[in-house]
Design a binder for this molecule. Structure first.
Ligand SMILES: Nc1ncnc2c1ncn2[C@@H]1O[C@H](COP(=O)(O)OP(=O)(O)OP(=O)(O)O)[C@@H](O)[C@H]1O
Length: 235
């Protein structure tokens, strides 16, 4: 299998402050990576660095062999990074449908196909972003990333703060995307068990460094090790 994403000794942060230190990892096409770690360890900073929203201090980012390091965010998106930020960033003054058509690009994921994945959004297609619940906003943020027809989906805490029934719905959708549709993804999550069940590999960050990487299923089968790695965050 080819490496879709390759990070080589990546260091990055905000201004002069370095948050990520020499992060190296690879993700193969069609695979899903769970990015875990306690609060403030740099998970969001890593996602933000991939999309070009931080200051890169060193190292290299390659998507399918192409260096992204010097490219602005919009070019990274055009090359296939589909970003769903923690804040969701949907257009609140546009309807659900307008949110999708405003960004859609040619490819298998059309707004109609996104509605099949999230039937709730189909029912709300005429509603404005302001009229959506938190869960519906998250679905719309994901649908919006999908209609860009990305090669790699970056989901930053997609389950954060949502009701259990919505979490189940989102997990089903993410599982379908990664397991059945074969989309590559990086999932940042505070619910490690749920996400490890979907992922192929797991990488744990601590203080901006990779401290552990393992197959997701083997790590999931060792809850005491997981607890040890993430202990502080889960207390
Ligand atoms: N815009 C910013 N400017 C300066 N420092 C920041 C900024 N955003 C985050 N940081 C710092 O970078 C470090 C890593 O934060 P980051 O949000 O990447 O962690 P995280 O692992 O995603 O945590 P969480 O699970 O709480 O979201 C923290 O020390 C944080 O204070």
């Amino acid at each position: 299998m080819t490496d879709l994403l390759r990070l080589d000794h990546l260091s990055a942060g905000y201004g002069e402050a370095v948050v990520l230190h020499e992060v190296s990892l690879t993700l193969q096409a069609g695979q899903t990576l769970a990015l875990l770690g306690r609060n403030g360890t740099g998970k969001t900073t890593l996602i933000n660095t991939l999309v070009g929203a931080t200051r890169q201090h060193g190292g290299r980012i390659e998507l399918d062999g192409q260096a992204l390091d010097r490219l602005p965010s919009h070019q990274r998106a055009a090359l296939g990074l589909g970003w769903v930020p923690q804040e969701r960033n949907i257009f609140k003054s546009l309807s659900v449908h307008e949110n999708l058509t405003a960004v859609a690009r040619p490819g298998p994921w059309t707004p109609e196909r996104a509605y099949q994945l999230f039937p709730r959004l189909a029912e709300r297609r005429g509603n404005l972003g302001t009229q959506l619940s938190g869960g519906e906003q998250q679905m719309l943020a994901m649908a919006r990333a999908l209609v860009l027809n990305p090669r790699l989906l970056l989901l930053d805490e997609p389950l954060e703060g949502l009701a259990p029934i919505i979490v189940e719905e989102l997990l089903r959708a993410i599982r379908r995307l990664t397991r059945e549709e074969g989309l590559s993804a990086i999932l940042v999550e505070q619910h490690p068990q749920a996400i490890l069940a979907i992922a192929d590999t797991a990488v744990v960050l601590d203080q901006g460094r990779v401290v552990h990487s393992e197959r997701a299923d083997t790590l999931r089968a060792r809850p005491e090790r997981l607890e040890q790695l993430l202990g502080v965050a889960r207390r």
